[in-house]
Write a new protein. Structure first.
Length: 419
């Protein structure tokens, strides 16, 4: 079991950001767009290496780089990654940092987190806003979002008009393509045009996604997933989410709602889930499921009127202190998690599964016996075992993912603009 608590440092823009694709991208994006993305991914790269990487002639690269330089999207600098035997160091290309600023915002139940990055993906400022635990209206959530956005911009001495795009993520069923919020555990309403309402509220283009896709984008753009073609991220927070990367791209499915691992059924007519259906995986392992069972293990005088998070912490402390009933609750949740992970392995066979989220502080959920059970339920159990890592990222990493969402959203418009 490899438990990793990485401390990302994204301040060095020479490292680049974004997926590192060994093969030319077959997405259909224009060559100019691919040149821009390749430079951003590399951090610093020469024209010759760019031509080799994209498998096109140096002359084509020189022409396209000239256009991107004229548009102010790229800049030339001395290549600090290469030593020069004599004379001047070679010239490298990098993204012009002030070509565009974007904001990534992760909306969550108890705190909203915002991050400002420049066009090269370098973080410039961050802000967070503690907020009420209860479900509330979208209008109120957008007020709170505006508050954290303005605090962030004040910190960076920028105005809303300076922002090219806001990436906005929240838990629930969020349709990235249409911008529709179908359902979210944060909200009392359903089926609202989240993206349009947010754009009206802030006067800035907005891209929306569910929070599991945010943390997956964070791994793909800034984390271990940058150089991996395929991997899965399973998030355990208020619910259970999943992000899936196939061939260096986030897979969203036809409905653009993301991978709802938490609502795959693990029991017919089973426990009631917050989605309204029964037997969903998250009805056995998400925090509300654990809290629901906590009353069987805790003394009522200890937890009366406690907030769910406080109650869950008490349950965990009791389990650690030897309370058998509390241990049984976590062990059972761990077994259901093993079942869910084994289903991911049997369906997608990803070389790496990253477990992320607040609940990763509860080590029962990724104990050795959970992983053993996952392997025993996986059909390819004689092959090399799946690599499972736990990344205990804070909300800021999720906000990085929201910023990546915004950066990829604007890259098209930036690279396609006419000089
Ligand atoms: Zn459900």
């Amino acid at each position: 079991m490899n438990i990793e608590i990485p401390q990302p440092d994204h301040s060095d823009s020479s490292l680049g950001c974004g997926p590192i694709r060994p093969e030319p991208d077959a997405s259909g994006a224009s060559l100019r767009h691919r040149v821009f993305e390749s430079v951003r991914s590399a951090g610093q790269i020469s024209r010759i290496d760019l031509a080799k990487q994209l498998r096109v002639s140096p002359a084509s690269i020189t022409a396209l780089v000239g256009e991107l330089l004229d548009l102010g999207l790229l800049r030339e600098s001395q290549d600090t990654t290469r030593a020069s035997a004599r004379g001047r160091p070679p010239v490298a290309l990098s993204v012009q940092p002030d070509a565009g600023y974007v904001v990534g915002i992760k909306l969550a139940r108890s705190q909203h987190t915002a991050l400002l990055v420049d066009a090269a993906g370098r973080p410039l400022a961050q802000a967070s806003l503690p907020c009420a635990h209860r479900r509330r209206s979208l209008a109120q959530i957008l007020d709170e979002t505006g508050e954290v956005l303005d605090a962030l911009l004040k910190e960076a001495d920028l105005a809303r008009a300076d922002i090219a795009c806001i990436g906005l993520g929240m838990p629930g069923m969020i349709d990235h393509a249409t911008g529709q919020m179908v359902w979210s555990p944060l909200l009392i309403e359903r089926d609202l045009p989240l993206r349009t309402l947010a754009e009206d509220a802030f006067g800035v283009p907005v891209a929306v996604d569910n929070d599991a896709n945010l943390v997956t984008l964070a791994e793909l753009w800034f984390g271990k997933g940058r150089a991996m073609a395929d991997f899965a991220v399973v998030t355990i927070e208020q619910g259970v989410g999943m992000g899936l990367v196939i061939n260096h791209r986030l897979y969203r499915g036809a409905g653009s709602l993301g991978m709802e691992l938490g609502h795959t059924k693990v029991q017919m007519d089973g426990a009631l889930c917050q989605c309204g259906q029964r037997g969903c995986l998250e009805a056995y392992i998400a925090d509300y499921a654990l809290v629901r069972e906590a009353s069987t293990a805790l003394d009522p005088t200890d937890y009366a009127n406690s907030a769910p998070d406080v109650m869950l912490q008490q349950l965990y402390e009791q389990a650690k202190a030897g309370n058998e009933a509390a241990r049984v609750i976590f062990r059972r949740a761990g077994r259901f998690l093993a079942l869910g992970l084994a289903n991911v392995v049997n369906l997608f066979d990803p070389p790496l599964i990253i477990l992320a989220g607040e609940r990763m502080q509860y080590d029962y959920l990724y104990a050795d016996d959970v992983l053993r059970e996952m392997h025993s339920l996986s059909l390819n159990r004689d092959a090399t075992p799946q690599q499972v890592e736990t990344h205990a990222w804070g909300d800021l990493m999720w906000a990085h993912g929201a910023a990546a969402l915004a950066l990829s959203d604007i890259a098209d418009a930036m690279a396609e603009q006419q000089g």
